[in-house]
Design a protein around this ligand. Structure first.
Ligand SMILES: NC(=O)c1ccc[n+]([C@@H]2O[C@H](COP(=O)([O-])OP(=O)(O)OC[C@H]3O[C@@H](n4cnc5c(N)ncnc54)[C@H](O)[C@@H]3O)[C@@H](O)[C@H]2O)c1
Length: 425
């Protein structure tokens, strides 16, 4: 498993758990050192236990030596990052580098599997790269096996997937990957490589579209006096639509939706199709962050020297991941207008300190309320629901909640004397 980020560090140990012998590789030596000393480079519920258990059982190891790892393996998963460039296209240099390293290290037949999210037709480039650097003419196949896990429930998602997608161009590669995943007993979709690559981009694009749909609907709800939560409940009960990903809020973030959508729009454009529908999904998402800031200004008037307490920084609950978190843009806009921001997140503080300058980080959720003119909810951590709202109110200078995630009940907040502003309610 090459790349031990959120995907590789979940997939590798989970494959060990279902009985395989797994070597996890990363070229970030500090990550490997942390793992080899029994530590965790990321927060992901339930993952450390699986790593400890399988390492003890001798099925799992961590190394920065890609050559030794590849030489000793029959299947190589590429799970490195595919970050966005300015243009929206993904930077596939990491994938290419790994393909070259694999080509130079292979000793016997290998299935080289793209697990990273990549644009359709990347498989062809991986094949070409390996052919170019495969001096020993070692036989190999390329395959696509996109990953659908979600941070925060990654272990459960990996071990109980809705489906496993296997894109292959030979029976041998298909049989190898079917064997790898057999212990999961999950539904499997076997396709060609291009279709597997597209299934991943299409899935993330569709989910982002659901979120932007709910967000656009929330604006109509606000203007008409309807409640978005009731509307989406009623809409989502239609089995053709489904309830998931219909929560209105401040927009999606994270390392997947924003970059995958941009990458999908870019590759579709390259292939001659202007996927305008998805550009609109992106536009709605960006607008939700600006709308949230406008709501804050709408209730506070000028922001200069106003004190704003922020609950939640991670792009979603149960993760420490700050990549493309809406909090970064929103807090950036608040700070740019002169607001004094104090923030707390249960897991993402260390990462947030690196990407959000000019604010104060608090040790406890309660502390962000001290002397605050407004409390902004940016991530719906479930433990925030248990906060003593009356105590928060007493610490605030002015009791106003701007709830970007519809975490709290309006009636309860208003009974306690808060001015409550949600999304689409
Ligand atoms: N994070 C998610 O929830 C998620 C879900 C599904 C798919 N994906 C996709 O999976 C891929 C990885 O995402 P991630 O969140 O795990 O990224 P990540 O940045 O957390 O991890 C990538 C890892 O690859 C390592 N790496 C880079 N170049 C390397 C090399 N040459 N050799 C060895 N290691 C190398 C990096 O050091 C890093 O640890 C991306 O394409 C992403 O879109 C992510």
């Amino acid at each position: 498993m090459i790349g031990t980020g959120y995907v590789g560090l979940t997939s590798g140990p989970c494959l060990a758990k279902i009985g395989h012998q797994v070597i996890c590789v990363d070229n970030d030596q500090s990550k490997i050192d942390v793992l080899n000393q029994g530590g965790m480079p990321i927060y992901e519920p339930g993952l450390k236990e699986i790593i400890d258990e399988n390492r003890r059982a001798g099925r799992l190891s961590f190394t920065s030596d890609i050559r030794a790892a590849v030489a000793g393996s029959s299947v190589c998963f590429i799970a490195v990052g595919t970050p966005p460039r300015e243009t929206g296209e993904p930077d596939l240099t990491y994938v290419e580098n790994v393909a070259r390293d694999i080509a130079e290290s292979m000793k016997e037949y290998q299935v080289v599997v793209e697990k990273s999210t990549v644009p359709v037709q990347t498989g062809k480039w991986v094949r070409t790269t390996i052919e170019r650097y495969n001096r020993n003419q070692t036989p190999f196949d390329v395959a696509s096996n996109p990953e659908f896990l979600r941070e925060g429930s990654a272990v459960e998602d990996f071990l109980k997937p809705d489906r496993v997608v296997i894109g292959v161009e030979s029976d041998r590669a298909r049989d190898t990957l079917l064997e790898v995943y057999r212990p999961l007993n999950a539904p499997v979709v076997v396709t060609d490589i291009a279709s597997a690559e597209l299934i991943k981009h299409a899935s993330n694009a569709f989910l982002s579209m659901k979120i932007s749909f709910a967000n656009a609907l929330s604006i109509v709800c606000e203007a008409s006096g309807a409640d978005i939560r009731l509307v989406t409940e009623g809409v989502g009960m239609d089995s053709r639509i489904g309830k998931a990903f219909l929560n209105a809020g401040i927009g999606y973030g994270g390392f997947c939706f924003p970059k995958d959508l941009a990458a999908f729009v870019a590759i579709a454009g390259e292939l001659g199709y202007d996927f305008g529908l998805l550009r609109e999904v992106e536009r709605i998402n960006e607008d939700m962050k600006r709308r949230f800031v406008r709501k804050v200004k709408g209730v506070l008037w000028n922001l200069r020297d106003k004190r704003i307490g922020v609950l939640g920084l991670a792009f979603k609950p149960e993760t420490d991941d700050m990549r493309f978190a809406p909090s970064i843009d929103i807090i950036g806009q608040l700070v740019a207008e002169g607001a004094r921001v104090r923030a707390f997140d249960p897991q993402a503080m260390e990462r947030a300190k690196k990407v959000i300058p000019g604010i104060e980080f608090c040790g406890r959720a309660e502390d962000v309320a001290a002397e605050a003119d407004l409390l902004a909810v940016l991530t719906e951590w479930p433990q925030f629901r248990k906060l003593d709202l009356a105590a928060l109110r007493d610490r605030m200078r002015v009791p106003i909640i701007c709830d970007g995630r519809n975490l709290f009940e309006r009636s309860e907040c208003e009974e306690l004397g808060f001015t409550y502003i949600g999304v689409g309610r």
